[in-house]
Design a protein around this ligand. Sequence first.
Ligand code: ADP
Ligand code: ZN
Ligand code: ZN
Length: 742
Amino acid sequence: MAKLQHDNELIFRVAIALPVYRLFDYLAPDNIEMTAIKPGVRLEVPFGNAKKIAFLVECVEQSDIAIGKLKRVERILDQKPLLSVKDVALLHWASRYYHHPLGEVFSAAFPAALRQGKSTLMQTEKRYALTETGKGLASEQLKRSPKQKSVLEKFQIHANSLSEAELSAWNQNWRNAAKQLLDKGLLQFAAAEPGINSREPIVRNDALHCNPQQQAAIDAVSGRLGQFGVFLLEGVTGSGKTEVYMQIIRTVLERGQQVLVLLPEITLTPQLEERFRQRFTVSIALSHSKLTDRQRSSAWLNMQRGQCAILLGTRSALFTPLKNPGLIILDEEHDASFKQQEGFRFSARDVAVVRAKLLNIPVLLGSATPALESLHNVDNKRYRLLHLPERAGNATAPLLQLLDIRNKRMQEGLSEALVAEMHKTLAKNEQVLLFLNRRGFAPTLICHGCGWVARCRRCDANLVIHRDEGILRCHHCAQEQRLIGQCPACKTGELTPLGLGTERVEKVLAELFADKTIVRLDRDSTQRKGALENYLQRINQGEVDIILGTQMLAKGHHFPNVTLVAILDVDSGLFSIDFHAPEKLAQMIVQVSGRAGRAEKPGRVIMQTRQPEHPLLTTLISRGYSSFARTALAERKDASLPPFSYQALLRVQAADAEMPKRFLDAVVKLGQQHSKEHTHILGPVAAPMARRAGLYRYQLLFQSSRRPELHALLDVLMPKIEKLKQANKVRWSLDVDPVDLY
Ligand code: ADP
Ligand code: ZN
Ligand code: ZN
């Protein structure tokens, strides 16, 4: 189509957060200084009957649309783009690589308030600090007002000032107590802490004396500041990775640069934050989903303006602009939550590497159980491996053991041998941690008379029994119904719970260990705000004897007095159809083990299994995670699976049972017209869960031994897929480098 020339009219080509690949053209606003307008600025544009926020992509002189039909930009929201030229380039790259619409990618880079067009002129947040009297007061004197006591203690631990956002992130109910402390003259308002480029000393207390491996890791990264490089710090839990981070961060801060630290879990930020605050005097910003929109914008802008030196955040904080970037750290880099699983499905780890390359800074990935992809990148010399083989200080590594439970008498998932070990541990006043990755009372309700099973009406799944709440709940669509007492099919049979959930194990523990305190940590028991924090505090104060929980326990929390860890049902992880499953199981086992015996007390890990000779388990136990990973990588290579090939998964769902397959058949046909030598299109097949929340689901897998070829094919296909006539009758999404095939 011929381009239409528009005399003297400049056209803004913009991206809008919509699930379409195209960009939109608008006439430039009247009376503006054009030279000042740079790509990346936020605009307000008319769209249909509404207004939308748009991001300027480029200024052009021609449009495919007649000038009379173009609408005019209403407002320019930013005088200067909030993102740097390099960060804008990163978003373009991410949009191309993930084949995701640019407008939605831009939108993901901004905190909600700014993406909705709010002004950047935020109110400055109040900060608080102790007065001299406050510093000297023994907190015991406030024991009759526990809230004030705990706020006072929070400040006494920090020894510096805290902002409203930081306090809210710590505890939602700080305000009243703080007001009372202000009235008592124990607390005062404080000035902002030094950002970057300040002359204040950066470090508050002394670093630890590092062992040679830690020092080698610190030197390797510190020697590369100002250059791109990817470092993989592999070290078991307790090997001193965080100490390594902190010493490198110090050097970065001394250069007047900022550090972005990404963590997989919100619940882990307070622990790291605490350690950072004890070490550094600089101001630290936080960004995660438990904060309010305003707090997140404020963190984002503080980094953008250089008013904060360190940002601690989860996946979505990756795109936060940095005035003077120095280093990116991703802790627990193997964790699946670094991959966004809906909408813009990016991998924060992979995008962090690209961002570091564009910014010309190093990126440091840390884990006790690195992802197979990352180890493969070490083999390829793309990443450099830094190894911390031992626990730091005096702590010893936990001992892993298999407990053969074949033909053994079991009581609700607990073997007699395990119960005996638990008694021994508890008798020494040490804590026991039990891991079972299934919440609820039991995963299945079955009729003993006729075999009827309680199924979800909207999913291909059984309803899970939640006996405490008296309901049956689907874990896939959240559908609930009352727990029934009588079989709806035969009306006479006895309904029996089948299988084990944490709730059920908790019941039997209460009987077997009647005089002990038991805490259950799973999504159900920690729903109340502050509940998890409260449990963790009780555990660390030694008020709890037995901790029972789901994968929530596998992540980062330190339980120094736990000396016995038991994985109740390791076998359920051994037989998945997803090729990622062995890797995830091994990581889970090692991560759970890492909770044991952190301090001077050695820990033990017992895994109950009916597969004591399974090679995954025996390799992991006798030779460790690295050996397991080598074996697993060799298997992936033989099977030409990632990271030895590249995948993209097209997922489709619709209320109509036929539509998803018909749509994918059309995609396959399109694909065959552009087929490539090294790229295979596998499917369509029904998704492993063929129906979910009332929608029928199908998928198509693209797999290639050549990444550029795969992407070339997707480049051609995606815009065509969008225009297929079936496309608006289904919901579809592309997942590049999927981490699971569900
Ligand atoms: P990781 O992040 O790998 O789990 P941490 O950095 O949290 O490990 O270290 C675990 C524990 O060991 C912490 O209590 C830490 O203070 C301590 N530690 C770290 N490095 C050293 C060292 N070089 N000497 C003594 N103790 C250390
Ligand atoms: Zn029945
Ligand atoms: Zn359901």
